[in-house]
Design a protein around this ligand. Structure first.
Ligand code: DP6
Length: 364
């Protein structure tokens, strides 16, 4: 079991100045084989694979200084406004990683965060926000203790830490695509952190499109935390974890050879399984709305009639991610305008694509 516990990381052992700023931009990701069900300390019940997005991201900056013992040692600002309501979640996260970064308790932190996507677009931001925070914390360690490590080791630790903030966040740390969770077909895969799936990824997927159809902007009806918990008693759980593992085995060679049709079949089956699990949980949740279903049937009809490889996947919500290769973006653009936009709240569609992963914001 990997552990990053390091009790010597306290300020009295620091080598660098104790005041400064670190800042990272971290994208969101979309799972193709879904993570739904967890155990222990944020460990997945099955391995998952995701695409890293490009345009949906969180920017986070942390200003740090030695604790001056005043009341507010942690302040959080979202899009320029102080948000004390976000603090419990961050405290909880810091609590989980205090053995890795004991020095965090010795600092005053001012965290400034903003998203590239509208706050009320019904897009889950936990992957990008926890990913950005994790990267900032790892940079803090590096700056304060002058720690040198390889870029790979840095990202592995950032993924490990991000997982403790939100499971899916551990996959946002890598360019293009990532696998999280031990799987016999993926060398180096691990329940404790995500790994990059880049070397063997076919070019067609490196520029794949993922347009987010905002079917509804409402807040999520079921938190993922509760959703994962409900898998503990879902009668289909055991079969589901096997299905996810089988789908990953099927998907990996498809991602390597670049077969977009076979990819799309698995992506849609996974999305519908996820929602079937929510519908068969107790209590049960139906998160798709009539417009989600309309969009799905239009996508399938368009695909059949036009013989174009356009597929969908879903998060734990009503919004649709439209997946297709870059080369057909003009044809799909027309389709979105004519048939999908009217199904979206405020006509909103966020055009995104597979991207290059997080980036450190260097001081100007
Ligand atoms: C449906 O990562 O949000 O998006 O670990 O409790 O923070 P926590 O859950 P979270 O769950 C994501 C669920 C999903 C599928 C996925 O991203 O794999």
């Amino acid at each position: 079991m990997l552990s990053y516990n390091n009790p010597s990381l306290v300020l009295s052992n620091s080598t660098e100045p104790l005041t400064g700023t670190v800042s990272w931009k971290c994208p969101s990701n979309i799972a193709i084989v879904k993570y739904w069900g967890k155990h222990g300390m944020q460990l997945p019940k099955n391995a998952s694979v995701s695409f890293t997005l490009e345009k949906a991201f969180t920017n986070t900056e942390i200003k740090y200084s030695p604790k001056d013992n005043s009341e507010n040692s942690l302040r959080f600002y979202f899009e320029g406004e102080e948000k004390p309501s976000f603090l419990p979640k961050i405290h909880h996260f810091i609590d989980r990683i205090k053995n890795t970064f004991p020095f965090l308790r010795e600092l005053d932190l001012e965290i400034h965060s903003s998203n590239s996507f509208p706050h009320s677009a019904g897009i889950a931001s936990s992957a990008s926000s926890m990913g950005a925070l994790a990267l900032c914390f790892c940079s803090l360690e590096k700056e304060i203790f002058g720690k040198e490590e390889t870029p790979d080791a840095f990202l592995k630790k950032a993924s490990y830490i991000a997982r403790l903030g939100s499971g899916s966040a551990c996959r946002s740390i890598f360019p293009y695509a990532s696998v999280w969770g031990k799987h016999e077909d993926v060398e180096g895969s691990d329940d404790y952190f995500g790994i990059a799936f880049e070397e063997n990824l076919h070019e067609v997927f490196k520029s794949f499109r993922d347009d987010i159809l905002i079917i509804s902007k409402s807040e999520k009806e079921v938190s993922s935390t509760l959703g994962h918990q409900l898998m503990d008693t879902n009668i289909f759980a055991k079969r589901r974890f096997q299905q996810a593992s089988d789908n990953l085995s099927l998907l990996l060679p498809i991602l390597e050879k670049g077969d977009v049709e076979e990819f799309g079949e698995i992506a849609e089956a996974e999305a519908l399984s996820l929602h079937a699990l929510m519908m068969t949980s107790n209590p049960s949740f139906i998160l798709m709305t009539p417009n989600t279903l309309k969009a799905i049937s239009r996508i399938r009809r368009f695909r059949k009639e036009q013989k174009l490889p356009v597929y969908f996947t879903l998060d734990a919500g009503p919004n649709i991610h439209l997946l297709y290769p870059e080369e057909i973006q003009d044809r799909v653009g027309e389709f979105k305008k004519e048939q999908l936009r009217s199904l979206c709240e405020g006509g909103q569609i966020l055009d995104d694509r597979v991207g290059l992963g997080p980036k450190k914001n260097e001081e100007k």
